[in-house]
Structure formats: C-alpha cells, structure tokens
Design a binder for this molecule. Structure first.
Ligand code: NAD
Ligand code: DAU
Length: 377
C-alpha cells in the first residue's frame, strides 16, 4: 500500500488526478488535502468519494502543524502537489493571497515532507515530491514571423512532429524563468523552492510545467467554462484586448495521464513540460465555442457571435504561450489522446449536461464576485 497525498484534489485538475489514481490504483491510499477555497468543490469527486482507498482531509497547506499531523497519521510515501491560487485576474487584484498559498503553502508541504522522510531508517528511498506548475513561469513568447509567413504556420517540433504555431520559439525546459503576473511569479518562486529542497537536502522532487487545461469541472472564471455558461444565458462574452493572445490548450485528462506517468516513471530532479502543440488565438477559440454551444443547444450555429464584447485588456497580458513537450514525448512516450475539436465538443457537452453543477457555483457569492470583476471594465 502506497499512501499518497494529492493537494488541491477538489479543484479542477486535482479532481481528475484524484479520480484517475483512486480508480487505477486500488492498492494505493489517496489522501486528498484541500482547504475548499472558492475553487474547491467536493461535487467534483462525487463518483469516487465512497471508495475504500480514498480519504478527504479539509486542511490549509499553509497550516504547517496540521500538515505535519497528516504526514504522521498516514505514513505518507508521496506527494502530488496541485493546491494553489490559480487565476491570473485574481492575482492582479490580490497578490498577497497568491504569495501566501503558492509560496508559503508549498514551503510548508516541502518542510513537512522533509522532516518526516529524513528521519525514517530508509530516508528518501521510495519517496517522491511532485510539484505541478505552469508554463506561465517562462513569461510570454513573441509572435515572430519567420520568412514573412503569416502565422499560424506549420513548424516541426524537436520530436519531429509537424504542428501549427504562431511563432518560432517555444517554452523548453531549459528556458530562463521570466514571470510577469503575480500568479506566475508566485508559481515560479514555488518551483525554485522545490528544486532547492532537492539540491540542499536530497529530497526526490520532480517539477512539471503545463499549458492551459480545458475540460469538465473547471471553475467558471476561466475562459472556456465562463464563455460556455454566458452563451447559454446569452450574456456578454468579455474578450480582453483584441482577442489576439495565443494559448496552448490541453484536455485535462491528458494532463492527468501525464502526471500519472511522470509520478511513476519520471527521473528525479528533472523538469518536464506538458502540452499538446495546440496553439489558438483567443478569438478563434471563442468562435469555435460559440458555434459548438449554439449547435448543441439547437440554436442556429453562430447566432450568438454578437455576444462578443471587447473589453479593457488584462494588465500585463502575456501575448503567447507555446509548450515544447518533446522531452516528455521522447523520454516517457506520452502523447495527447484527443484532437482539440474532439476535446472541445466533449467539454461543451459536459457543461450543458451538467447545468446543476454550474448553477450551484454561479448562484450566490460567485455571482457577486463576477459582477464586481467586470463592473469596472
Ligand atoms: P483550481 O483553482 O481549480 O483548484 C485549486 C485547488 O486548490 C482548489 O480545490 C482549492 O480549494 C485548493 N486550495 C487553494 N488554496 C489552498 C490551501 N491553502 N490549502 C489547501 N488547498 C488549497 O486550480 P487548477 O486549475 O486545478 O490548477 C491546479 C494546479 O495546476 C495549480 O497549481 C496550477 O498552478 C496548476 N496549473 C493549472 C493549469 C490550468 O490550466 N488550470 C495549467 C498548468 C498548471
Ligand atoms: O498556461 C497555464 C495557465 O492557464 C494556468 O497556470 C492558470 O492557472 C490558468 O488559469 C490559465 O491561465 P490563463 O490566464 O491563460 O487562463 P484564462 O482562462 O484566465 O484566460 C485564457 C485567455 O483568455 C487569456 O489570454 C485571457 C483571456 N480571457 C480570459 C477571461 C477569463 C478573456 O479574453 N476573457 C475572459 O473573460
């Protein structure tokens, strides 16, 4: 029996990772440690909550004594650390909370793991601290235009595969960190602490940096679920700036599969970038989402295009993210399983079939937050 803490397991990506591990590894004991902030939702885990190999512990990762207690009680072998404040717009309004949770919370998890594991007779043997981070730590890429070709153009990844791209540079694992938002600065700092615990104490750590995820159970402050819900209610779709920014989208279950693979087969002290070579301009993805929602709701495809509303840009808005995941593909054989068109269809369907899940979130407190967020735009 392996005892594994997954932090942030009640959030978007965390809930997919918990579900995968609980179902795939009946002989592991999965301990989901989550504070249940506005983003944490136990309804994301309804289908597995009664499984015998699953335990939920409501706790704040910043509360070091409590985290130490959890390590002692459950004889923890491994940590998959996802708990974080994750929304860039919130970090612009309230950077302190991001430093607290993402930096101090990660440090508290690392220190608890260190104090527990270094005193065992076997020390670090069989132990693993896996930190989930973001591609945003690398900053923003330019929309360069080699040989005057209008982007997106076809290019070849170092894995040898061809894909569409909006620039000729990509986020590789050896790139210098250049975070721009308080969110990415806090994640960059937490990544440094994780590596410092390996280099200083010998803790077996791994860091991965992933691109934008989409799929079921994402909190509807993020672009895709927010827009699906607004289209359903025929509310305006606030497009930041000109909608020209580029993001690299990955279906959340493919991220969860990568986490499983890397947790078990990844090399200690390594970093792996995770992404699907799937760059999209925001405005183009928004049009795909509008067409898909319209069609699935039995409306005329594209009739809700008039909901697109250009608003003041996000402060410090990173222009382009694009992950080069060749290392992960080459060394561990991971590949995204879904084409984007398939993934977005599945995602829109899920939100439309699970309107009660969405309505529970968007009524009450969240509604007030949403109104205040957009009131001054
Ligand atoms: P999320 O906001 O949906 O979920 C975060 C979870 O962490 C919630 O369940 C919340 O309750 C919990 N949490 C927050 N503060 C906590 C605290 N102090 N103690 C315990 N639990 C706490 O986030 P997400 O989108 O699922 O992202 C998960 C992780 O993956 C984050 O570390 C994020 O930086 C990283 N990441 C996200 C994406 C993405 O596209 N969403 C991409 C790359 C990396
Ligand atoms: O790249 C990985 C990151 O992706 C993760 O680390 C973050 O946790 C996650 O939130 C996500 O960050 P983004 O800022 O890219 O995601 P978001 O969904 O907030 O925005 C996607 C793009 O859409 C971005 O360019 C901003 C734009 N946008 C977003 C919202 C919410 C809009 O134009 N309008 C909106 O209302």
């Amino acid at each position: 029996m392996k005892n594994i803490i997954i932090t942030g397991g009640a959030g978007f990506i965390g809930s997919h990772v918990v579900r995968l591990f609980v179902n795939k590894y009946p002989d592991y004991h999965i301990i989901n440690v989550d504070k249940l902030t506005y983003a944490g939702n136990l309804a994301n885990l309804k289908d597995i909550e009664d499984k015998p190999n699953y335990t939920f512990v409501k706790a704040d990762i910043c509360d070091f004594e409590t985290i130490m207690g959890i390590f002692k009680k459950y004889n923890v072998d491994g940590v998959i650390h996802l708990a974080a404040e994750s929304h860039v717009d919130r970090s612009i309004k309230d950077p302190f909370t991001f430093a607290q949770t993402n930096v101090m919370g990660t440090l508290s998890m690392l220190q608890a793991a260190k104090l527990t594991w270094e005193n065992l007779p076997e020390k670090w043997e069989g132990k693993r601290f896996y930190h989930i981070s973001t591609d945003e730590v690398y900053g923003a890429l330019e929309m360069t235009n080699p040989e005057g070709i209008k982007p997106p153009f076809t290019t070849k990844a170092s894995s040898g595969k061809h894909h569409l791209a909006y620039g000729s540079k990509f986020f590789t694992e050896d790139l210098k960190y250049m975070p721009h938002s308080p969110y990415s600065a806090s994640k960059a700092s937490s990544d440094h602490f994780v590596r410092a615990f390996h280099d200083t104490y010998g803790m077996p750590t791994i860091v991965t940096n992933c691109s934008n995820n989409y799929g079921p159970y994402q909190f509807p402050e993020k672009l895709i679920p927010l827009f699906i819900n607004n289209i359903r209610h025929r509310k305006p779709l606030p497009v930041y700036g000109k909608g020209e920014n580029v993001r690299d989208w990955l279906y959340v279950e493919d991220h969860a599969r990568a986490i499983d693979l890397i947790f078990h087969k990844g090399t200690i002290a390594e970093t792996y970038n995770i992404g699907g070579f799937n760059e999209w301009k925001n405005i183009d993805i928004i049009k795909v989402v509008i067409n898909t929602v319209d069609r699935l709701l039995g409306r005329k495809e594209g009739e809700d295009m008039n909901l697109i509303t250009y608003v003041t840009d996000r402060a410090g808005h990173d222009m382009r993210y694009a992950i080069d995941s060749s290392k992960l593909q080459r060394e561990l054989g991971w590949e995204p399983s879904l084409q984007f068109e398939e993934g977005i269809e599945k995602t829109v369907k899920w939100y439309l079939e699970n309107q009660a899940w969405m309505d529970n979130i968007t009524s009450g407190e969240y509604e007030k937050y949403y109104e205040s967020m957009y009131a001054n735009r």
